[in-house]
Design a protein around this ligand. Structure first.
Ligand SMILES: *Cc1c(COP(=O)(O)O)cnc(C)c1O
Length: 444
């Protein structure tokens, strides 16, 4: 296949300068204080940087690119769909790609989740989940149940409703306090993934549900792994206990599986570790194999009936690009690709590699904790990791990772080879050595 004609002269400096002048990056000032790294292409597990280097992507483009880049099956699914139509409005119309992906999601989801609302990003799917919960109670004659109960250290997205259930400190609640709904927070979930659970671990949550009975519509949390809020892994027994408490107090449970879904934690869903099913579930990120922006909110027939019995008689949401056929087609292809392979063996093998590569860092200077679950590897440092230093060390070793705060972590594409995984853990080790060395010399 001929390679596409470059749109511009890939002079690296020129790209960086043009980017700096015009382009706003995530969580960045304008103009930016650090330069973005230009990427001209990607294939398999590699990003092709404008300076000619090819680096292993240990981030899967923020948990999404589980099958790697330019996968022939996924590329083909989009091309085939493009020959039919790229997009059509979803109000009053439907199409095979949307029907197929909704059926595939219901087949794959925990039991009881039978209806699917397609959204255009993870944050939007969370907004939809929140609206569903509120409209549900309104349809059940309890319009006073409008608040969410959640746990600290969570992350659910950046729109106002989603932000209101993010960790109040990481989520910068003080910046938006007066324009954001005020939710109810319990302590971060404990104990750690493999530690013994007792009912005392959910005592506060139980108390909060009791204290706020009548005003809580739903509990929302990330099952078993809290992602961007701190990369914490907690006991599946905690999750199971939350499910029971929700039943007991008659509130809905919303599982945010946007990061944990599609096998990332070793089971298809984070909820599967606890053998539970939520009333509402959000998926995104890896849904399209990282190809297109798409997410979905699933719910039970009970929730759907409640919402539809509400005053409006309908779920009040409808994005312009809802059910985008290209996104739906590639999502179905990605799900088929995942489930046609022994994905759980693949993830287990990645887990083993990450464990053997990262465990030696436990107890190294500057390291607070090392943890691995499924295809997620985390090194938590004592101090904030200097991004410029880390990036240089990583790129010099042919690896792309993006640490945040005190966390150096990877969630590699499932197609990573053993040598790719070794390169990732070796590069992480090099960062720890460099950063640990710096913190061991405080006069520096
Ligand atoms: C990324 C993420 C979101 C937000 O998804 P976007 O597509 O970035 O809006 C929500 N919840 C969790 C758990 C996430 O990891």
């Amino acid at each position: 296949m001929p390679s596409p004609t470059p749109l511009f002269d890939p002079g690296v400096t020129d790209l960086v300068e043009r980017d700096r002048r015009r382009v706003w990056h995530p969580y960045a000032p304008m103009p930016a204080t650090t330069d973005a790294v230009p990427v001209l292409g990607a294939s398999g597990t590699r990003l092709h940087l404008a300076d000619g280097r090819q680096v292993v992507d240990g981030m899967s483009s923020w948990w999404a690119a589980i099958h790697g880049y330019r996968h022939p099956v996924l590329d083909g699914a989009i091309r085939d769909q493009l020959d039919r139509m790229a997009h059509v409005m979803f109000g009053g119309l439907t199409h095979p790609p949307a029907i197929e992906v909704c059926e595939a999601l219901v087949d794959l989801a925990p039991r009881g989740l039978e209806h699917v609302f397609l959204a255009d990003s993870g944050s939007v799917s969370i907004e939809v989940a929140i609206k569903m919960a509120i409209q549900y109670w309104s349809g059940r004659g309890r319009p006073d149940r409008r608040r969410l109960l959640t746990v600290r250290s969570g992350y659910h997205g950046d729109t106002l409703g989603a932000m209101s259930v993010c960790d109040p400190e990481n989520g910068m609640h003080h910046l938006f306090a007066d324009v954001m709904p005020q939710q109810i927070f319990a302590a971060p979930p404990t104990p750690a993934f493999d530690q013994p659970f007792t009912s005392s671990h959910v005592a506060e949550l139980d108390d909060l549900l009791l204290a706020h009975r009548g005003e809580v519509a739903a509990v929302i949390l990330e099952p078993v792994v809290q992602g961007a809020g701190g990369m914490r892994f907690y006991s599946p027994d905690y999750l199971a206990a939350v499910r029971s408490l929700c039943d007991e107090h008659d509130v809905l449970l919303i599982a945010d599986e946007i990061a944990t879904g599609f096998g990332r934690t070793g089971t298809m869903w984070g909820c599967d570790h606890a053998g539970i099913a939520p009333d509402i579930m959000c998926v995104g990120k890896a849904l399209t194999g990282g190809y297109m922006t798409m997410a979905a909110t699933l719910c039970t027939p009970e929730v759907a009936e409640g919402v539809s019995a509400a005053e409006s008689g309908a779920l009040m949401h409808g994005p312009t690009f809802m059910g985008n056929p290209l996104g739906c087609a590639v999502a179905s292809a990605s799900i088929r690709l995942l489930t046609s392979h022994s994905w759980s063996d693949t993830v287990a093998a990645i887990e083993e590699s990450l464990r053997s590569g990262l465990t030696p860092l436990q107890g190294a200077p500057g390291v607070t904790d090392v943890r691995v679950l499924g295809a997620i590897g985390v090194v938590e440092m004592d101090d904030s990791i200097p991004m410029d230093v880390a990036q240089q060390v990583l790129l010099d070793r042919g690896v792309w990772l993006r640490p945040f705060g005190r966390l150096l972590y990877t969630m590699p594409p499932y197609v990573c080879s053993e040598p790719d995984l070794d390169a990732i853990t070796a590069a992480m080790t090099a960062v720890v050595e460099r950063v640990g060395e710096r913190s061991a010399r405080p006069a520096d």
